[in-house]
Write a protein that binds this ligand. Structure first.
Ligand code: AHR
Length: 770
């Protein structure tokens, strides 16, 4: 450090160009992952109200999961309420009262005081069963069971809960007789309508702050499921709730479908967002043993009709078959569906192609008004990416969905990714992206990348961070945009970035020149070592050689401890070994470079993703990025020896990494020394009556505060409002916690120019009224 302050940044903002920004650019991705729906957006406080949980959902689950019982309570399957709701319980109070208690989602219900609506289906089995007693916190109600003996009936009651609930139990007691109970729910009552809420109001308010142009649903992996029996079929999510088909959730829990397609469309309507549903492309997810399965050719016509019917359900007049179903559910007005995604991160196999083309052709013929979104696999490059794009170009698919979970390092390198995209081919939907952590560093990297998306808002038509929601204590995937508990909503730094961009949209790109910003090329620094490890497995490594020199045998253990086997010369080295797994379920990791935090490290992971793939990755700032793969791998097997070899060498523009398993080359990749753009600026404009509003975005992902001048040639007196997200430490920002430094808003005035000080580690959106 010389102590010299850097020269001021200068941002010259030109006139709006002809490049129009898609009005649909900033949206949200809603998948039932991390208990985002039941236990999340779904306002129902009762868990497993339909008694449909089972070991398919989770090894130790059953119909009485989340329930307590007292007295004679029996699980029954005979004479169900509906075939899709196959399980119910029988309360037998002939000897003593029979009781049920629901614990909600946290081993006890935590909720605000207020009015709640209890609803359930009941069947009196004998004449003595006349009422149920319900109690929650300080509230109680008697629920008359009026209907005839032997018939299911729906009953409800109001519970006015006087004080906040903490770890409370919803109690239902049958004092006499015998009765069957099913589909129990407890929803807060909306004081404005007197009706039970469908959605948790605080979560909807947090989503509304994101001003989403669209909502993607139901995923993600949920859209195509783990196996054909797990495919998401929209038709089984509409109609009365007790008639909807429950599903095992691929993220390790259960989908009651209480938030089904109608509720999804209604959520879009409430948020003023366009629906972007995604249907399976006639194949399920490939991340299952034996890879993807495809719907049989004989069943494809019916499946394609289902897809066409979804459009009718959304848009058809109430006198159409599916428009009538929508109207019957209380929504006669159409929802104005414009987009439909077909496929999610699929492997582009011959079976996929065949089914995708059939669905795409049928949609184009029957619904030319619908913009179809195709898929380009799970990575931002590679075999499926290329094949997905080639198919899209060949079939003239309107939009292609690209997904990228990458490190901040990568996002800063890729700010210009879309500058060179062909404007005459399919447009892009960046359907899932995140910079791999909840830290400020990641949020700023996302912001830098979003400046690039916005500058290319003519070809990048839609973008959504993923995943959106995660319940604290039920999270299968980090990072997420918005964490929540039973009563709190906890926005991350990335949430604020999304909000800031979406709340300050422009409709045209402005030319921007930025001077004073230096890009950063990160080269390995500090001690560069070769290390072996095996998190999740015990391995014996023999014949370990570095550049042909034997370094001895090594044992690595499941705790992941790394064993140093020598220096890694950056000019290049070859490491080879024979390995055999002696215990555990995972594979091996060969690391070369620094610690992956202060200094980069490469890894060759032989058996990553549950021993199902091989990957070459690069770690920076403690976060890992695949630079090649994952490629399918049949896995290490205990007791079966394998040979592994990695060779690195410096080439003109980067580091080439080659990796072999049993002498078959499985990776050959050059990690190009692309500079990272750490200080990034962009600008857009929108008409506001007779004047033009400009929005300038500046990311300063560096440890240095920057004096900044924004020049607006030709502008006279200007007034601006700047919103800045920043923090003292780029590695601050924990998962499950609220980002602790709320963005700050300042007012600025100037004559044809504005002066501002960008804090270190910051992103600023300046809205300028000239
Ligand atoms: O966003 C979480 C998951 O990531 C999605 O379900 C899937 O599409 C992707 O792999």
């Amino acid at each position: 450090m010389t102590g010299t302050a850097p020269a001021p940044l200068r941002i010259v903002v030109g006139e709006p160009t002809e490049r129009e920004i898609s009005p649909d650019l900033w949206g949200i991705f809603l998948e039932d992952i991390n208990w985002a729906l039941d236990g999340g957006l779904n306002a129902d406080l009762v868990q497993n109200g339909g008694f449909e949980y089972g070991p398919d959902d989770h090894a130790d689950w059953g119909p009485l999961t989340a329930w307590t019982t007292e007295g004679a309570v029996r699980v029954r399957r005979a004479d169900p309420l509906h075939p899709e709701n196959a399980v119910h319980v029988r309360l037998d109070a002939r000897g003593a009262p029979a009781r049920l208690g629901n614990l909600g989602y946290d081993d006890g219900i935590t909720a605000r005081a207020g009015r709640y609506r209890l609803a359930l289906a009941v069947r009196r089995v004998d004449d003595d069963a006349r009422e149920l007693r319900a109690a929650l916190g300080g509230a109680a109600a008697d629920v008359p069971l009026g209907a005839a003996v032997g018939a299911w009936a729906f009953v409800d009651a109001t519970l006015d809960v006087p004080d906040p609930l903490e770890a409370s139990v919803l109690r239902l007691e049958l004092p006499a007789g015998v009765a069957d109970v099913d589909v129990v729910s407890l929803r807060p009552v909306d004081p404005a309508t007197g009706e039970p809420r469908t959605f948790r109001a605080d979560l909807v308010a947090a989503l509304a702050e994101l001003a989403p142009a669209f909502v993607r649903f139901p995923g993600g992996c949920i859209a195509h499921g783990y196996g054909l029996d797990n495919l998401y079929h929209w038709k089984s999510t509409v109609g009365p709730r007790h008639q909807r088909r429950h599903l095992r959730n691929v993220w390790g829990y259960h989908q009651s479908m209480a938030i089904g397609y109608l509720e999804y469309f209604e959520l879009c309507e409430a948020l003023g967002a366009a629906p972007v549903p995604v249907v399976a492309a006639g194949v399920c997810c490939q991340n299952i043993p034996g890879r993807a399965r495809a719907i049989s050719p004989d069943d494809m016509p019916a499946y394609i009709q289902d897809v066409l019917d979804l459009v009718e359900f959304a848009n058809g007049a109430p006198d159409t078959t599916w428009g009538a179903v929508r109207a019957e559910m209380g929504h006669p007005e159409p929802f104005g569906l414009r987009y439909l995604g077909v496929g999610n991160e699929d492997e582009i196999t011959a079976e996929f192609r065949d089914r995708f083309v059939q669905i795409h052709d049928a949609l184009r013929a029957a619904h030319p008004e619908i913009t179809v979104i195709g898929t380009s696999g799970a990575q931002l490059e590679g075999r499926d990416f290329d094949a997905g794009w080639a198919l899209a170009r060949e079939q003239r698919v309107a939009v292609v969905d690209e997904h990228g979970y990458r490190t901040p390092h990568w996002f800063h390198q890729q700010v210009d990714r879309y500058d060179a995209y062909d404007r005459t081919g399919p447009a892009v939907y960046v359907g899932e992206y995140a910079a791999r952590s909840t830290r400020l560093r990641s949020a700023l990297a996302e912001a830098a990348w979003m400046v690039g998306l916005e500058r290319n808002g003519d070809v990048v038509r839609l973008a959504s961070y993923a995943p959106l929601l995660a319940r604290v204590g039920g999270t299968a995937w980090n990072p997420d945009l918005l964490y929540f508990t039973a009563t709190d909503v906890r926005p991350t730094a990335s949430y604020h970035v999304q909000r800031m961009f979406a709340q300050t949209r422009g409709d045209r790109v402005c030319e921007v020149t930025l001077s004073g910003a230096d890009d950063v090329v990160r080269r390995p620094s500090g001690p560069q070592r070769l290390r072996l490890s095996s998190p999740g497995a015990d391995l014996t490594w023999t014949d370990v050689e570095v550049d042909g020199v034997r370094v001895g045998d090594v044992r690595t253990t499941a705790d992941g401890t790394a064993h140093d086997v020598g220096a890694w010369p950056q000019a290049g080295a070859e490491l080879s070994a024979q390995l055999v797994r002696t215990a555990g379920t995972e594979g091996a990791v060969l690391t070369f470079g620094g610690d992956g935090v202060a200094s980069s490290a490469y890894t060759f992971q032989v058996g990553s993703w549950e021993n199902k793939s091989t990957v070459v990755a690069r770690a920076d700032d403690g976060l890992d990025n695949e630079i090649d793969g994952p490629h399918p791998f049949r896995g290490l097997r205990t007791g079966v020896p394998r040979t592994v070899r990695v060779r690195t060498e410096r080439v003109d523009d980067g580091t080439r990494v080659r990796a072999w398993v049993d002498e078959a080359l499985v990776h050959d990749v050059v990690d190009v020394d692309l500079p990272e753009q750490r200080v990034v600026a962009g600008a857009t404009a929108r008409a506001d009556g007779s004047s033009t509003v400009r929005v300038v975005r500046v990311v300063n992902a560096s440890p240095t505060a920057r004096e900044t001048v924004v020049d607006l040639p030709g502008a006279g007196r200007v007034h601006a409002r700047a919103e800045t997200l920043s923090g003292p430490d780029p590695d601050e920002g924990e998962p499950f916690e609220t980002w602790p430094h709320p963005p700050v808003t300042t007012e600025l005035d100037g004559d044809g120019r504005l002066e501002l000080l960008l804090p270190p580690w910051s992103v600023t959106a300046v809205t300028i009224h000239a």
